[in-house]
Design a protein around this ligand. Sequence first.
Ligand SMILES: Cc1cc2nc3c(=O)[nH]c(=O)nc-3n(C[C@H](O)[C@H](O)[C@H](O)COP(=O)(O)OP(=O)(O)OC[C@H]3O[C@@H](n4cnc5c(N)ncnc54)[C@H](O)[C@@H]3O)c2cc1C
Length: 436
Amino acid sequence: MREIHADAVVIGAGAGGLCAAARLVHQGFRPILVEAHDKVGGRATTNSIDGFIVNEGAIALEVGGVFEETFHLVGAPLDLRFPEPASAFYLDHKVVDVGKGGWGLLLGQMTKQAARILDKFAEARTGALPDGRQSTAEWLSGFTKNESVHAIFRNLCAAIFACNADELPARAFLTYFVSKGAFKRFGFSPNGTIGVWQSLADAVAKKGEVWLSSPAQRIEIENGAVSAVIVQRGDETVRIATDCVISNAGPKGTVALAGADAFPADYVQRVSDLRPAANIVYNFASREPLFNAPGIVTFGKTRRLCNMANMTAACPELAPPGWHLYVAYAVPKPALGDFDSEAEVAEGLEDLREQFPGFDAKTKMLSIRVMRDEWPAQRACAGYDLPRDSTVRGLWQVGDAVKDYGNGGTQACAETAKLVVDAIVAERAKAPQPAH
Ligand SMILES: Cc1cc2nc3c(=O)[nH]c(=O)nc-3n(C[C@H](O)[C@H](O)[C@H](O)COP(=O)(O)OP(=O)(O)OC[C@H]3O[C@@H](n4cnc5c(N)ncnc54)[C@H](O)[C@@H]3O)c2cc1C
């Protein structure tokens, strides 16, 4: 086994791992980032299918927060196109642009209780939030039974958090809308989402190293602190001695790498209780446009379908000439428990047929993928995240199982990276310096 040393090792080149490696570089570290797959991006990577550039996970990349800041810190270009309007609703086969009146106007057309609901958002801004036990659906039922309003809230929960309104704490929903980014401004990557991750990986590689096709096999722990990561790199097994490991492998993956004995029993129990949130991704193309809006539309009453993006309006290079590329998302019921994948895929397809008459004849289906279990939409549903410090000294976690309360998506993963790297830097600043 070859032996080397690194001042930090990052396991996994997903959103959280790449942002963590970039922030380490910015702080003067020379991290080694190891990734099991042969490309970066994790669950937000991109594939090529029949000449189309198809995204597996994230498409809407939020700017104006820690995600964008990470790119600036390391001088990585962030090439995004901004659809205008970015968001709309698709109700009764029509695009409803709520840009001018805000979605308060839309609610106002559906229920007399709109003002009361909006008041609660205003109260939430002052810190008056429901406790974490009440679901979003229960909270909303306190104001209205209107099915269209419930459908919109369900589809917002599904689109943003990959779960149903009866699975998401109202506290997390409101926190996201009043104090997190809430996807107010986002762009699509014209190279597929992998383009932004590759840009970050290139910046990391200038000061540190990025090893693809290099799964970490074990995290070594000595006296309650990390001491090394064992990595398979091609034919070679490499032992990287280090006292700082940031894992983007998810809590279950991290515990498996270090061994359950390294952690307190209650932490291991919390990790095994973690329920990932699932969604279903339909990538398809058509010769004729299916709807006339350049960004993402959220649906009203559906079985499972929640939202859909028009990728080629802003990024025509994602499809061969003459084609329009779309991605639609459905969230199963339940999204946090076990479900029948085949039946749930069929429900989403029925919705697509209902929303777009003649769907089968008009479209070419490129891929249908169920994101669940070990490769889910979110490793932890918002409101149920684990802490970022793992109880083992020098071992930290980033990614969408350790998000700040009420946050979601790649922005939340970037935020976990900032919080972890800031904590590492602060810890080092406090540690006694060796005498010279
Ligand atoms: C269909 C779908 C749509 C989404 N849409 C959006 C959106 O529009 N906007 C948005 O912001 N978010 C969206 N999200 C959420 C977002 O994609 C994820 O939250 C985010 O990509 C998760 O990143 P992560 O940091 O948790 O890492 P992951 O993506 O889980 O990456 C972890 C990486 O670690 C690697 N790894 C694991 N174990 C090892 C090991 N032992 N050794 C080496 N490497 C290892 C894996 O191969 C992987 O590459 C969407 C998700 C899905 C599924």
